[in-house]
Design a protein around this ligand. Structure first.
Ligand code: HEM
Length: 602
């Protein structure tokens, strides 16, 4: 492909979109919300519970629920049903799991334990530095208040956070082999290197994605400990990194690899390297941080008069029970969207309130991605930018193609209360929101029903990894909720897009995504999404591989294909090149904070 073409696309990506007139609010149809209403009716015949299934509501919760029966207060159902995270839980859950650090600067330190005794001393040193869910929630609360008072996003408070996670081998070294074996998650016990081929990674030893070439996490350089440092200010974050490294040097640890991650600059802020806005769609976590009626872990925006308020935190953000991300808490029922399933018990006692952490260092070949998009688009008669957006399922701004198939609408992409509001099988209609100061409402075009993937193809990355209301190979929609992951990734390396002049030395620099996600089971969540859906040409629905992260499951074969919904008949497009290449990582467990010093460091 000629370089001019690439320049053209970069220029195109950099310029603002033409305006699209917002449609009037869409027609009301029988939708997800109505199905939800019916399910709620049936469910209300079952005795409600707070906390563990079958358990009696706690006294204070009962009193609060009673009070709510009298005054028609918002969120009555949620108050009645959802767990209150106890203080001990909030102080023990690491803050990057929930609610997430979400900082512009992040740093990752991968350590190998050299001397167990010294490593334990270091663990007792670092334990008080670990930021909890309580810390991050408190910061977020203060940030929201100041932002509201100052009327600006430029809020003068900054934080530096630290979190830590351990491989299964580290648990064996620091606690015991039995303790390591008592983790039920097989993927975690085996580690990422052992699961690499199973995930579809390159098996050819010469391939740059082969695990033997990984910068960390390959068979010879697996890390025992991953430390994550995150901050609003780069300098403060780097000071913290230095302190941790100095102490670790004394502490019997070998630094195997370090990686800085950073939000991309300028117009690419919040975008990944291919140029698409990232970090938009995350599951909402059911539950409150205190007995206060509106102190939700995930802020709620849907008015309680709208039945969807029991299903979604904000439009499109489905509510999921916390055990999907925190082991030992109530999990999501795969049968029913609202209902909790019992807590998992397949882990040692001291690990309760921890979370499995997947880290994949994924190199992105931006040039290869856009060359493929431009060339293929030309051959099937689609604009390159539109075709590239079909690969992702969103336009570069983050606007879902389901809501605006013809052109990007940057304002929609930037609108957090609208940019995730779409389904695939059902048409969507606006949610009734609680009053949000200054918010004019979601007046953008709504998504039409797209059962066959004519608008957002079945292969599109976001449709593969979150089929939303589509039935899947496993049947029920509720089952898809049990597959959700809490993504905490950040780009690394210099940007290529939007930098003006494209010079070959810049193409050659390494860049990509430090992909991180937390979950209650690596096997059933991250690995499921990867193997069962992204790497499959027929699941969750027929249409080819996920062109962003999918790999051909049969070992050694790197060929992929997608079935593009062209007219008059679909076109099958082969994909030979690879643009997301694994270069390192590991499977870890982020334990509850008190266990760091008291169990792992004891
Ligand atoms: C370099 C690799 C990757 C790139 C460039 C990428 C890019 C994106 C983009 C642009 C979005 C849409 C924005 C958003 O909803 O946040 C997205 C969503 C998502 N990605 Fe990826 N991604 C990558 C790797 C992965 C991996 C390894 C997984 C693991 C299975 C994954 C899972 C997801 C999920 C679950 C969503 C949200 C889908 C939804 O709820 O609509 N991604 N990704």
């Amino acid at each position: 492909m000629a370089k001019e073409n690439l320049d053209k696309i970069i220029a195109e990506l950099s310029k603002a979109e033409g305006e699209i007139k917002p449609q009037e609010r869409g027609a009301v149809n029988a939708t997800f919300g109505e199905r939800a209403k019916q399910a709620k009716k049936q469910r209300s015949k079952v005795a409600p519970h707070v906390g563990r299934p079958g358990a009696e509501p706690k006294k204070d919760q009962r009193a609060a629920a009673k009070k709510l029966e009298k005054v028609a207060t918002p969120f009555a159902l949620s108050l009645e049903f959802e767990p209150v995270f106890a203080e001990n839980e909030r102080k023990n859950i690491q803050g990057n799991i929930i609610p997430g650090f979400n900082k512009d600067y992040q740093y990752f330190l991968f350590y190998r334990i050299k001397t167990v005794k010294k490593a334990k001393v270091w663990l007792r040193w670092i334990a008080p530095l670990i930021s909890s869910m309580e810390d991050v929630l408190a910061f977020n609360r203060l940030y929201r208040i100041l932002r509201y008072r100052l009327g600006s996003k430029d809020v003068p408070i900054k934080a530096t956070w630290v979190n830590i996670a351990f491989s299964n081998a580290a648990v064996a070294k620091l606690v015991s082999k039995e303790a390591a074996l008592s983790f039920g998650d097989q993927s975690y016990r085996q580690g990422l290197a052992a699961r690499s081929e199973y995930l579809g990674d390159p098996t050819n030893p010469r391939s740059s994605g082969n695990k033997n070439k990984w910068v960390v996490g390959g068979p010879d350089n697996e890390a025992d400990i991953l430390v994550i440092v995150a901050g609003d200010a780069e300098k403060a974050m780097l000071d913290m990194v230095d302190q941790i490294k100095t102490e670790a040097d004394r502490g019997g640890l070998t630094l195997l690899f370090e990686q800085a991650g950073e939000t991309l600059p300028g117009r690419l802020r919040g975008h990944e390297h291919f140029g698409f806005k990232d970090g938009i769609s995350q599951p909402g976590v059911r539950g409150r941080a205190s007995d206060a009626a509106d102190d939700f872990i995930t802020p709620r925006y849907i008015d309680p008069t709208d039945p969807r308020s029991d299903l979604f935190a904000k439009p499109g953000q489905l509510l999921v029970w916390p055990g999907q991300f925190i082991v030992g808490m109530q999990r999501q029922s795969p049968e029913d969207l609202f209902t909790a399933a019992p807590e998992a018990t397949n882990f040692p006692n001291w690990a309760r309130l921890g979370s499995y952490l997947v880290c994949r260092r994924l190199r992105q070949d931006v040039k290869a991605f856009w060359e493929f998009a431009i060339d293929t688009a030309a051959s099937i008669g689609l604009p390159a930018r539109k075709f590239a957006s079909m690969l992702v399922g969103r336009w570069p701004s983050g606007a879902p193609i389901s809501r605006t198939p013809g052109a990007d609408i940057p304002d929609l992409g930037a609108d957090d209360l609208a940019n995730n509001h779409f389904l695939f099988d059902d048409a969507t209609r606006p949610s009734n929101l609680i009053p949000v100061p200054g918010y004019p409402g979601d007046t953008y075009p709504q998504a039409a029903a797209d059962l066959l993937g004519a608008v957002c193809p079945h292969f599109a990355h976001v449709r593969k990894v979150n089929p939303r209301d589509s039935a899947t190979d496993l049947g029920k929609i509720a089952d898809s909720l049990t597959r959700m992951i809490m993504r905490r990734g950040i780009p690394f390396g210099p940007p290529l897009l939007g930098v003006g002049l494209l010079r070959p030395p810049l193409w050659k620099k390494e860049r990509g995504l430090m992909f991180l996600c937390y979950q209650g089971s690596i096997e059933d969540q991250f690995e499921f999404l990867t193997r069962r859906w992204s790497n499959s040409t027929v699941q969750p629905n027929v249409g080819g591989h996920d062109p962003v992260i999918g790999q051909e499951g049969s070992q050694g074969n790197r060929d992929r294909f997608i079935v593009v919904p062209t007219s008059p008949k679909p076109t099958t497009v082969k994909i030979k090149d690879e643009w997301v290449i694994p270069t390192g990582g590991g499977y870890f467990f982020a334990p509850p904070i008190e266990s760091i010093a008291e169990v792992l460091g004891a």
